[in-house]
Structure formats: structure tokens, C-alpha cells
Design a protein around this ligand. Sequence first.
Ligand code: GDP
Ligand code: MG
Length: 326
Amino acid sequence: MRRERRSPGNPLRMPTLTERIAAGDRRALATLISRIEKHDPEAPAILGALHERTGRAMVVGITGAPGTGKSTLVAALAGAFRRGTAGHPPRTVGILAVDPTSPFSGGAILGDRIRMRDLAGDEGVFIRSMASRGRLGGLSHATDSAVRALDAAGFETILIETVGVGQDEVDIARQTPTVIVVESPGTGDDIQALKAGILEIADILVVNKADMPGADTTFESLCAMLGLGGGEGDGWKTPVMKTTAATGEGVDALAEAIHRHRAYLRESGEGRRRERERAEADLRERLRERLFERWRQSGRMDLAEMARKVAARECSPEEAVEELLK
Ligand SMILES: Nc1nc2c(ncn2[C@@H]2O[C@H](COP(=O)(O)OP(=O)(O)O)[C@@H](O)[C@H]2O)c(=O)[nH]1
Ligand SMILES: [Mg+2]
């Protein structure tokens, strides 16, 4: 982790939360993520001050149906990054587990507690779950902010586990530069991700539980499916990989594939293009929110009263908007 231990200005002054996060202080980081989850009004300013320190981490989304082994795989991947692989030196790892279907707190971490114990106590690993689905901004916004906080704190790799079910979770995956979709053998040749429509967002496809019967069938169907949709020329070709997260088999190879995808994003310019696209969508959303808030605070018109009129067919929504903007 990058460290910077100097006290700017007055050495007697207590460092601010922003400074502590920039120095890699884990407690400060945890505090900021809690404030993000609670929609604390001070969180945006802190994130804003940290913005110039972000953009350095390798951010990876891991998504797929419940039970495919995502948590186990995330733990195994974290271990691989911490140890380093044949082609790459060890890296620090931040983990965000986003699972609104099973919120947990404090000590209980991810699905496979035993495997996670290997990571506990490692200063180079930070694990956090996010389950709050706030009214303002939603889950994907909170997760995006938490990623920025981890990035600013100097974590070199950030793994985000999401359940590939809801729109929020698909959005989180979409915001992530590298997306891994996890499948596992099981219910015949029924490929779960197809139904949720998340196969097309995969940069890397993983068949986990390669030790189980049916893994080869699942692997072959996925390869065939990608072959049908392929033909994009010299761009990135989504690899299909087999892992046994439970034993670590294939996990180093997956870590290497993640590095390769990052290199592709950098060298092709695709990474920068996607980042600009994300930034523009984000700015649009922020602007919409702020303009609406400004309009609301001007307090000239009652939105609820207008809604009543529209519902009662006293005016059309088109007329209502014209009236409200007057
Ligand atoms: N046989 C086998 N079981 C696995 C493997 N990876 C995970 N599991 C098991 O599958 C179950 C679900 O794993 P979990 O990581 O919680 O899945 P998640 O819901 O996708 O996060 C657990 O009982 C794991 O121990 C694997 O590679 N092989
Ligand atoms: Mg899980």
C-alpha cells in the first residue's frame, strides 16, 4: 500500500479524515464507507477531496447467480493477488461484497468464513460488505463511492462481489472496468446468466466448481455461445476459464487473465474511453439531481398538488411540467 506520513501545515493539528485515508488509515477508511452508506452529508466533500488520488486501482467486478461460488472465488483471488502470480508481484486487495439479499454485519464476512480467515489479520487486505439500499442514489452509487474510497486509500486491487440478479447489481458490474461472470455446473445445460442477461457484460467467463460433474458441458456450452456472438475482429475476446475456487485450482490463471484484460484496456485506449463514458453518465446524473433539488428549493410550486391534478385528469403531465417550470 502507498503510504504518506507527513503532517501538512501545523504539525499540532489533528489530521483530517481525508488526510488519514490518503495515508492509508484503515479506521478512517471504514468511517468514510459507513458515512457513505448512511448518506452522511459530509461524505461527498471528503470523496471530492480524494478524487485526485483515485484512478490507480485495478477494479474487478465478480457477478453471477447465488451459490456459484463467487465469495469463495473472491477469497481465493485475493490470496492469489496477495501472493503474486508468475507474471506479477504481490498487490494489496480491497474487497466489497454487495449482497442486498443477505445483509450481514461486523464479523460475518462473505459466504465462506473459513477461507476468509486466511485473509483476516493481513494489513494488505480490507474487507467490507455493503447492503444498504438508500433511497437517494441507490446501491450502485454507494458502491461506486466505496470503490473510490478504497482506491484513494491506496488499495491496488479492488474486488467487488455482486449477485447477478437485480438491476442495481448489473449497474455495479457495468461501472466496473473488468467484469467476471461466474457460472457453475448444475441444473442441466441451463445457463443462469443468460436469463438475467448478464452474459454480454462479461470480460471473462468463469466456470467455477470445475471439480463437479457437468463442468465440461457447461464450459462447452459457454464456449459455443461466445463463438456464435463473436466476430468482433481485433478487440478483446472473452475467455472462458475453469476454476475450482475451493482448492485454488485455476485461480492464478484467472488472476493473470485479469491483468491481461487491464493491459488490453490500457493499450487499446478502451479503458480511457469507458472511463470518460462513465464520468459523463455520472455527471449527467449529478446535474439532474442538483437541478431538481434547486428547483424544489425555489418552492414556487407544489409537486404533490400537481400530481393530484394530473391523476384527477385536471391537466396533462405535459401541461403540468410547463406550469412547474414557469
Ligand atoms: N465443489 C466445489 N464447491 C465450491 C467451489 N467453490 C465454492 N464452493 C461451494 O459452493 C457453495 C457456495 O459458495 P459461495 O462462495 O458462498 O457462493 P456465492 O453465493 O456465489 O458467493 C459453498 O458451499 C462453497 O463451499 C468449488 O470450486 N467446488
Ligand atoms: Mg457470496
